[in-house]
Write a protein that binds this ligand. Structure first.
Ligand code: NAP
Ligand code: ZN
Ligand code: ZN
Length: 346
């Protein structure tokens, strides 16, 4: 086994701290890379807090992982020692079901293996990127361009693909009015992609102080959702709303902002269900949809698109010891716009 250092939550809702553990030996198809940076996703906080389901503890969160390859198995074809590499939310799937065959490993019908808080095919718990090294089958390792600043690439592995994938699936682009609901880690990447794809982008936010940043990110309009007049002014306006909100919110109000045949796409994953009135949908033939991360091929496509178009995340680098403060700030919506852990501080 390979000795690894991590930062783990010992039990639900408890503070994270240093924890030593082991990674599996590098198998014939495995890539081992030393982690340089790991982004902090709101999903890390949801899972440490058991918001969605009872988690596996100790939990080493982190699924926005980038670093440099230090070892490869005998059968590995696409990576060599010294390459930059990334891992997102998935480290394995059945690879044989209908969805896996269509490059939709995120929707594996037999259950995929998450990067942390999951069990691998041998039944061992998986541990994420708040750690110094990781071993992953090469089929789930991404190539990272050396043209982009590595720390700012890390959040692309979740926040990037989670917003890129639905915008591509629904073919959002020129001629569309796109609203990005919530300007945090996912939201700010959605703005960048929406603008890059040619849509008119509006940020819907509870934080008036983020307006200037939204415009700098390329957004054309900004609506403060606690201001009744501003909300009324966008009634029936948008073709798409990409909803990145992490906490309870009234979907009916936002559905009222959709134009006829508009689609509200949930990517945010609050712990509580949101009641939706049938009338919010049927008056205007509106759709309520959802999207989860993205498959491996599409994640690579997104990383390549970012390298070609010079797109990265806006980050605030933190020491590992400051993770709790980062979580507290994230809960208050005070994120500009993704915390990234400098793993050298572990
Ligand atoms: P984040 O950085 O904390 O951003 C969430 C943003 O939502 C906040 O900055 C805030 O923006 C807004 N918000 C928070 N509470 C709100 C409330 N009560 N009402 C209205 N707006 C509120 O979080 P993130 O990392 O982007 O993740 C967002 C959500 O997506 C989380 O639930 C996460 O688990 C989920 N997620 C899902 C997937 C997937 O595959 N679908 C992947 C990754 C993450 P404003 O200040 O602008 O209002
Ligand atoms: Zn995530
Ligand atoms: Zn599958």
């Amino acid at each position: 086994m390979i000795a690894a250092k991590g930062y783990a939550a010992p039990a639900p809702k408890e503070k994270l701290g240093h924890w030593d553990f082991e990674r599996r030996e590098v198998g014939p198809h495995d890539v081992q890379f030393d982690i340089h940076y790991c982004g902090v996703c709101h999903s890390d906080l949801h899972q440490v807090n058991n918001d969605w389901f009872p988690g596996i503890f100790p939990m080493v969160p982190g699924h926005e992982i980038v670093g440099k390859v230090v070892a490869v198995g005998s059968e590995v074809k696409n990576f060599k020692v010294g390459d930059l590499a990334g891992v997102g939310c998935l480290v394995d799937s059945c690879r044989t079901c209908e969805n896996c065959k269509k490059d939709l490993e995120q929707y594996c019908l037999n259950g995929n293996v998450g990067t942390y808080n999951s069990k691998d095919k041998q039944g061992n718990p998986t541990y994420g990127g708040y750690s110094n090294t990781i071993v992953v089958d090469e089929a789930f390792v991404l190539h990272v361009s050396d043209k982009l600043p590595l720390a700012a690439v890390a959040p692309l592995l979740c926040a990037g693909i989670t917003t890129y994938s639905p915008l591509r699936h629904w073919k959002v682009g020129k001629g569309h009015k796109l609203a990005v609901l919530g300007l945090g880690g996912l939201g700010h990447m959605a703005v960048k992609f929406g603008v890059a794809f040619g849509a008119e982008v509006t940020v819907l936010s509870t934080s008036p102080r983020k307006e200037e940043d939204a415009k700098k990110l390329g957004a054309h309009k900004f609506v403060v959702t606690t201001d009744k007049e501003q909300v009324a002014a966008v009634k029936g306006y948008f073709d798409f709303i990409l909803d990145t909100v992490s906490a309870e919110h009234d979907l009916n109000m936002y559905l009222g902002m959709l134009a006829t045949d508009g689609t509200h796409i949930c990517v945010g994953a609050p712990s509580e269900p949101s009641p939706v009135r049938a009338f919010s949908l049927l008056g205007g033939r509106k759709s309520l949809a959802g999207s989860g991360i993205g498959g491996i091929a599409e994640t690579q496509e997104m990383l390549d698109f970012c390298a070609e178009n010079n797109i990265v995340s806006e980050i605030e680098m933190i020491d590992i010891k400051d993770i709790q403060t980062a979580y507290d700030r994230m809960l208050k919506g005070d994120v500009r716009y993704r915390f990234v852990i400098d793993i050298a501080t572990l």
